[in-house]
Design a protein around this ligand. Structure first.
Ligand SMILES: [Mg+2]
Length: 396
């Protein structure tokens, strides 16, 4: 079904349009991977979608949409617009010219891509374990409209299908919605969410790491209070920016800021303080929860029992669970591990605990993070852009 030119008035219109591009993109990726040509109809659909996005009223570099009949919200739509433009360029001009475009957009592109191809050239990998947002996907201001682009999926899928036995996308975002924003062929890639606590196998079945009854009760109580808190008119905006309010498995996330800095600094800090107070009130002994603040999102995470007391569940714990649940055979390399933040470092540590035969490509401009990664293994490369990482993958 073709996407028609639409006037986007409400936030809902915008979400509906982005969801429609997911179907068009999913079909296009399948077509390209089958070696066929994408139809003119699909290209027209994406052109219409782009036009609709570009036509949304712009004020101070933000796009303005209605929340309801009287209230408006200002949004950043860079991801949605830019990725659609890139996809159209990719479909119309072909891959080689598209790579020139990426090289124009990102300084040092060719050198980083060459370094990545050299690092991984000739390897047939057992596992790929990679984070999604900011690593293999460009950052978007909102999770649910961060529809994966066509070129991105083609590059990633080509790599996963030809060079990797067991590809795993491991995100801290919830499983709910992850498939709806991904356009990779189904049944080829494992999706693990909530830091690995819940995952989707290749048959599309959901699997979950069991949580004890008392911990589940604790997080249910927390979620009810968060729901009430965000329902207050002065707090409602926090559910509409960035990650919004997400109830994940074993973890809840509340946005206090987005990458467009929509919320005044003082207000964002005050909201963080409110969340800390609420958590302390529900868990006075700090037995059940840990709070992690990224500056944008506040993650409230259920603790787990570790050898030396309580700890918060990290992606390394997720990797160990996935290794058992999916039979990844992590003791046998080579593996490629990819991430873009400190919370992705435990993935590499967990992999290296099982075999030294692990390679790492991390996407960051943060020197401390780069040093942590390169300090763990000499087989590491740091690149500044997700587009570079997926191009490395696509060209191997
Ligand atoms: Mg990330």
């Amino acid at each position: 079904m073709q996407i028609k030119p639409t006037e986007l008035k409400t936030l809902k219109d915008f979400y509906a349009l982005m969801a429609a591009t997911r179907q068009a993109r999913f079909n296009a990726v399948a077509t390209i991977l089958a070696g066929e040509e994408v139809s003119k109809d699909t290209i027209q659909s994406l052109n219409n979608a782009l036009g609709s996005l570009e036509d949304v009223t712009e004020v101070n570099n933000k796009r303005v949409l209605y929340l309801d009949e009287s209230r408006t919200i200002e949004l950043e739509m860079d991801y949605e617009i830019n990725e659609t433009r890139k996809d159209l360029f990719y479909l119309e001009e072909g891959e080689e010219t598209f790579l020139d475009l990426l090289a124009d957009l990102h300084p040092g592109f060719d050198d980083y891509v060459a370094a990545g191809r050299e690092l991984l050239g000739g390897l047939d990998l057992n596992c790929l374990i990679t984070d999604r947002d900011g690593t293999i996907n460009n950052y978007c201001a909102r999770y649910l409209t961060s529809i994966q682009s066509i070129y991105n999926s083609v590059f990633l899928s080509r790599f996963c299908l030809n060079k990797v036995q067991k590809p795993v996308i491991l995100t801290s975002a919830p499983l709910d919605g992850l498939i709806e924003i991904s356009v990779n062929p189904e049944g080829k890639i494992y999706y693990a969410a909530s830091k690995g606590r819940e995952c989707l196998d290749l048959e599309g079945r959901t699997r979950r790491l069991p949580i004890s009854a008392d911990k589940q009760e604790a997080i249910d109580a927390l979620n009810a209070r968060l729901h009430d808190l965000l329902a207050q008119p002065e707090n409602e905006k926090f559910s509409l920016i960035g990650s919004g309010l997400q109830f994940k498995f074993g973890q809840s996330t509340v946005a206090r800021q987005d990458i467009g800095k929509s919320i005044p600094l003082a207000e964002s800090d005050a909201f963080l303080a409110t969340l800390k107070e609420l958590t302390a009130e529900l868990d006075p002994g700090a037995k059940n929860f840990r709070i992690e603040d990224t500056g944008l999102d506040v993650e409230i995470i259920l603790t787990i029992d570790a050898d030396d007391g309580l700890k918060d569940f990290d992606k390394g714990d997720g990797v160990k669970y996935l290794n058992t649940e999916f039979g990844l055979g992590l003791f046998r390399g080579p593996h490629l591990i990819c991430g873009d933040t400190g919370s992705d470092v435990p993935i590499l540590e967990a992999a290296l605990e099982m075999t030294p035969d692990a390679y790492a490509i991390y996407v960051t401009e943060n020197d401390d993070l780069a040093k942590r990664v390169t300090g763990l293994t000499p087989n590491a490369l740091i690149v500044p852009e997700p587009d570079m990482l997926v191009t490395i993958m696509g060209l191997l």
